[in-house]
Write a protein that binds this ligand. Structure first.
Ligand code: SF4
Length: 182
């Protein structure tokens, strides 16, 4: 059978929710409502690495964008993304179509148009006001750090890519939207 030569980039957890911070996964493994129709349409997938898992491991806390927006984390993202960029360039050179990238809105790392910000951080002891800290966390407009770095790398290398997002606050609507677009 002829291969489709159509490839989609996916945020890691869309194929493996186990990488998410404990207790926030909305589905068991892969987001089947999105992935199964895409498989049936002949797409192949390039799974992006999970920058948070590869930084803080499975015992990490949920963090906000301000905590990840550091020179250290940005460099970490860039190192993870270089082999992805190389693959994109090589696939394109050989006539493959990289259709786009699907990220995760609401994520401080993988958000496309929505991320997560707040005054989060510090030591959970003494007079730490946990409720005020939790209340400061909000969904806000903007990309996550990983996707910011990715877009900048693509631009620098003259690669044009469409970005889509699964919105964590309304996955069903965003799945339908993406499936209409693709
Ligand atoms: S960092 Fe990205 S890939 Fe990892 S769990 Fe968060 S949204 Fe998913």
């Amino acid at each position: 059978m002829q291969r489709s030569k159509k490839i989609l980039l996916l945020s890691h957890c869309l194929l493996n929710a186990n990488a998410k911070v404990e207790r926030i996964a909305l589905y068991q493994g892969a987001l089947s409502a999105l992935i199964v129709p895409l498989i049936e349409r002949g797409y192949g997938f390039l799974q992006l690495p999970c920058p948070e898992m590869l930084y803080g491991g499975m015992a990490r806390w949920g963090q906000v964008k301000e905590q990840y927006d550091t020179p250290f984390f940005r460099r970490h993202c860039e190192a993870l993304l270089m082999p992805i960029l190389d693959q994109i360039i090589d696939y394109r050179t050989h006539g493959y179509e990289i259709i786009g990238c699907i990220g995760v809105d609401g994520s401080p790392s993988c958000g496309i148009v929505k991320t997560c910000q707040g005054k989060w951080g510090g030591e959970l002891s003494g007079n730490f006001d946990l409720q005020a800290t939790i209340d400061s966390v909000e969904s806000s407009d903007g990309q996550g750090v990983f996707m910011q770095i990715f877009e900048a790398l693509l631009e620098k290398n003259g690669v044009d890519l469409s970005f889509y997002a699964i919105d964590e606050s309304n996955p069903t609507a965003s799945v339908q939207h993406i499936l209409k677009e693709l």
